[in-house]
Design a protein around this ligand. Structure first.
Ligand code: NAD
Ligand code: DAU
Length: 345
C-alpha cells in the first residue's frame, strides 16, 4: 500500500516506461496510471495494449507543453519521468530533439511539480558518468576501489544524449535544493527485455537474424555494458519512489557486465547461427568503453535486490519475445537499417 493512488508516467509508451506501467498494473492494483507520451518514433500504443482502461489512460502530448503538463501534474500524486530521446547514435546525427525533450521537457515538468508540490522521480542513466577503463586496462585487472560508478562519481558525459541527460539531472538537483522540490534521481545501466525499440543493440541483432541480415558489431566489440532486465529496473524505481530519501541519487544495476562481442555471440548461438556470423562495422564516434554500476546503496538503504540476474535465460526470453511478436517490429526494420547503412553501421 502507498499514498499514491494516481501516478503520471511520462514516456510510458516507450520501452522502459511501458514495462514500468505493466509492473504497476500487475503488482499495485490500487494505483491508476496516466501516461503522458508524445508517441515519437520510439513510442508505441501497442506497448500498452491489453492493459485495462480503468487502470491506465494514455494522453498523447509533449512534456514540454507547459499548459498540458500543468493540468496533468495538478491531478496526480506523483510523477515518474521516463520520457526522453534515448538513443546515442541518433544524438550524433541530430542533437536538437535531445536538448528540447531531455532538458526543456524536464524543466517544464519540474516547474509544474514545484507549483503543485508533487513527488517527482527522475529516471536517468549511468552514462552521465562517462565511461570507465576496460578491466584489462586497469592495474590488477580491475580488482579494487574505483572500478565502478558510485553516486559520488563525477559527471563527465560523452555524447549529446548523455550530456542532455546529465543536464536534466542537474536541473532536478537544483530544483530540490533551491525550491524544495520532492525529487529523487536514479541512474541505471543498460536495460534489456520486451518492447525495446529495434534501433538498440540486442533487439537490432535479434531482428536482423530473424530478417536474414548479418548482425553489426561496432569497433572491436570489446566495449562493456552492464545489463539489467527491465523488470528489475521497474522494481528499483518503485523502491526509490516509495522508500527513497528526497534529494538523493540512487544507482541501479544488477552486476551484469558483458562485452558486446560476448552478447552478440550468445544471441547467435541461441538462434542457431555460427558464432562468427556477423560484420564488424564503423565504430560509434566517442564510443564509451565500459559502464559498471555499484548498487550497494540500493541494497543497503532500500533493501532492493534484482530478480532476473540469469542473463542467459533473460536473453533467451527476449529473443523469444521478438520471435513471437514480429508484427510489433517488422514494419520498421527496413527504415532502421537504412538509417544505419548511411553511416556504414
Ligand atoms: P525509449 O526511447 O524507448 O522511450 C522514450 C519514450 O519517451 C517514447 O515513448 C517516446 O514517445 C517518449 N517521448 C520522447 N519525447 C517525448 C516528449 N517530448 N514528450 C513526451 N514523450 C516523449 O526510451 P527507454 O529506453 O525506454 O528509456 C526511458 C528512460 O530511461 C529515458 O529517460 C532514458 O534516458 C532512461 N534510461 C534508459 C536506459 C536504457 O537502457 N534504455 C537505461 C537507463 C536509463
Ligand atoms: O547505459 C544506459 C544507456 O544504455 C541508456 O541511457 C540509453 O538510453 C540506452 O540506449 C543504452 O545506451 P547504449 O549506447 O549503451 O546502448 P545501445 O543499445 O545503443 O548500444 C549498446 C552497445 O552496443 C554499445 O556499446 C554500442 C554497441 N552497438 C550498438 C548497436 C545498435 C553495436 O555494436 N552494434 C549495434 O548495431
Amino acid at each position: 500500500m502507498t499514498d499514491y493512488k494516481n501516478i503520471l508516467v511520462t514516456g510510458g509508451a516507450g520501452f522502459i516506461g511501458a514495462n514500468f506501467v505493466r509492473y504497476i498494473v500487475e503488482e499495485h492494483p490500487d494505483i491508476f496510471v496516466t501516461v503522458l507520451d508524445k508517441l515519437t518514433y520510439a513510442g508505441n500504443r501497442a506497448n500498452l495494449a491489453g492493459l485495462p482502461e480503468d487502470r491506465v489512460k494514455l494522453v498523447v502530448g509533449d512534456i514540454a507543453d507547459a499548459p498540458l503538463v500543468d493540468q496533468l501534474v495538478s491531478e496526480t500524486d506523483a510523477v515518474i519521468h521516463y520520457a526522453a530521446e534515448s538513443h546515442n547514435d541518433n544524438s550524433l546525427q541530430d542533437p536538437s530533439p535531445f536538448v528540447q525533450t531531455n532538458i526543456i521537457g524536464t524543466y517544464t515538468l519540474l516547474e509544474a511539480v514545484r507549483k503543485y508540490n508533487k513527488r517527482f522521480h527522475h529516471v536517468s542513466t549511468d552514462e552521465v558518468y562517462g565511461d570507465l577503463p576496460l578491466r584489462e586496462d586497469l592495474p590488477g585487472h580491475g580488482e579494487g576501489v574505483g572500478e565502478k560508478f558510485t553516486p559520488e562519481s563525477p559527471y563527465r558525459p560523452s555524447s549529446p544524449y548523455s550530456s542532455t541527460k546529465a543536464g536534466s539531472d542537474l536541473l532536478v538537483r537544483a530544483w530540490v535544493r533551491s525550491f524544495g522540490v520532492q525529487a529523487t534521481i536514479s541512474n541505471t545501466s543498460n536495460n534489456y527485455g520486451p518492447y525495446q525499440h529495434i534501433e538498440k543493440f540486442i533487439p537490432r541483432q535479434v531482428t536482423s537474424i530473424l530478417s536474414g541480415i548479418k548482425p553489426k558489431l561496432y569497433g572491436n566489440g570489446k566495449n562493456v555494458r552492464d545489463w539489467i532486465h527491465t523488470y528489475d529496473h521497474a522494481t528499483a524505481v518503485w523502491a526509490i519512489l516509495t522508500k527513497g530519501k528526497i534529494g538523493e541519487t540512487y544507482l541501479v544495476g544488477a552486476d551484469g557486465e558483458k562485452d558486446n562481442i560476448t552478447v552478440l555471440r550468445a544471441i547467435l548461438k541461441d538462434m542457431g547461427k555460427p558464432e562468427d556470423d556477423f560484420d564488424f562495422v564503423q565504430d560509434r564516434s566517442g564510443h564509451d568503453l565500459r559502464y559498471a554500476i555499484d548498487a550497494t546503496k540500493m541494497h543497503e538503504e532500500l533493501g532492493w535486490q534484482p530478480k532476473y540476474t540469469d542473463f542467459a535465460s533473460g536473453l533467451a526470453h527476449t529473443i523469444q519475445w521478438y520471435t513471437d511478436n514480429q508484427d510489433w517490429w517488422q514494419a520498421e526494420k527496413a527504415e532502421v537499417e537504412a538509417k544505419y547503412a548511411k553511416n556504414n553501421q
